[in-house]
Design a protein around this ligand. Structure first.
Ligand SMILES: [Zn+2]
Length: 355
């Protein structure tokens, strides 16, 4: 897979070289994306950028084909950097400079080099610890000058590794009780748990939305907290403008496939005022996600039996990204190399909703 990606990148780069040489691509625009890429040449490769490479990376960032973390990873896993054969100490120092814009503190340096030395982590896996940090997100935001656009999105990664127990009312004041949360489904082919997938995509979507200037809040940031569906809605209601609930489907029939956006129905007894917004948000996200990913659309389903949707006082969609019980869907949505495309597709829908 890595090899396939590499050859694809090389092919795209070659096309770029051809276009540039024919004068069809303008010189690099001097924006934050260029600045961010430029910086990686210095921090990771220790040299000045070359115009073709700089345009290649900054353009991929600008058009949201990759995230900032993907870009940094591209440099860290380039043949040029690998062939430098840096020590673990130097590697960790490069990560600090690249992601946190500072030199490592002695305790951090010895912690990470110790873990690398013992083999409990590898050079690829420790990147996530750095790229998921608030320091890195703030640095990325400073590059694109994405002072907030004033819109706050709540992302609710469905389920969790610890399932909230007990029952909650299906809507505010209702005597109809439903399970507080459920464990979710699991990839029949990938073996990936739904709660793991939803958090991975949520993290990617958060980075994508922040790079576009949105504020983002999340209902959970790991798999070790139990969050019931009413609490999820309350987190979203307290300050967000819209809520995206990420899920994946499952059915016994392996032929069932596609993405579904679920929102409340027009006759919702609790928050009918959010119906029009929720329906439009559902349509926007479903359309852009399906056209970005090629996953088929099963349409918008308006219903009143989703607790989290019923408690939402803001436009809200429960988005089923595909079927984990369908081979094609499962292997596509659990492949982390597709997560940026999926996140950008959802973010395009959010842009469309607010435009
Ligand atoms: Zn689910």
């Amino acid at each position: 897979m890595k090899l396939k990606l590499l050859s694809l990148s090389l092919a795209i780069m070659l096309v770029f070289v051809l276009l540039v040489s024919q004068g069809r691509v303008s010189a690099a625009t001097d924006d934050g994306y260029t600045g961010f890429s430029e910086r990686l040449y210095t921090q990771v490769l220790g040299r000045d950028s070359d115009p073709v490479g700089l345009e290649y990376w900054s353009n991929r960032l600008r058009t949201h084909q990759i995230s900032f973390a993907d870009c940094a990873r591209g440099f860290l896993f380039s043949q040029e950097f690998i062939s430098k054969n840096v020590s673990d100490t130097e590697y960790v120092s490069v990560l600090y400079r690249t992601f946190l814009d500072r030199e490592p503190e002695p305790s951090g340096l010895s912690y990470w080099t110790g873990r690398l030395g013992s083999g409990s982590v590898n050079r690829d896996s420790i990147i996530e610890g750095f790229s998921d940090s608030a320091e890195f997100r703030n640095m990325c935001a400073s590059f694109v000058g994405s002072s907030s656009n004033g819109i706050t999105v709540c992302i609710d990664p469905g389920h969790s590794g610890v399932v909230a127990s007990g029952y909650v009312p299906i809507g505010p004041g209702s005597s109809n009780m439903k399970l507080a949360d459920t464990s979710g489904t699991r990839g029949r082919w990938s073996g990936v748990n739904e709660y793991v997938l939803t958090l991975q995509v949520a993290n990617q979507l958060r980075a994508e939305l922040q790079s576009r200037g949105y504020n983002v809040i999340m209902t959970r940031e790991n798999g070790s907290v139990a969050v019931d569906c009413v609490t999820r809605a309350r987190i979203a209601n307290s300050g967000a403008d819209i809520c995206i609930r990420l899920h994946a489907d499952g059915l016994d029939d392996p032929s069932a496939s596609g993405a579904t956006a679920i929102c409340i129905a027009s006759d919702n007894p609790w928050n009918p005022q959010t119906y029009a917004g929720s329906y439009r948000l559902s349509t926007c996200i479903l359309n852009s996600y399906c056209s970005a990913t090629g996953i088929r659309s099963r349409g918008v389903s308006a219903q009143n039996n989703m607790t989290g949707n019923n408690w939402s006082t803001i436009p809200c969609v429960l988005f089923e990204m595909g079927f984990m019980t369908n081979r094609g869907d499962d292997l596509y949505i659990t492949d982390q190399s597709n997560h940026q495309v999926m996140a950008a597709g959802i973010a395009d829908g959010i842009d469309a909703y607010f435009s």
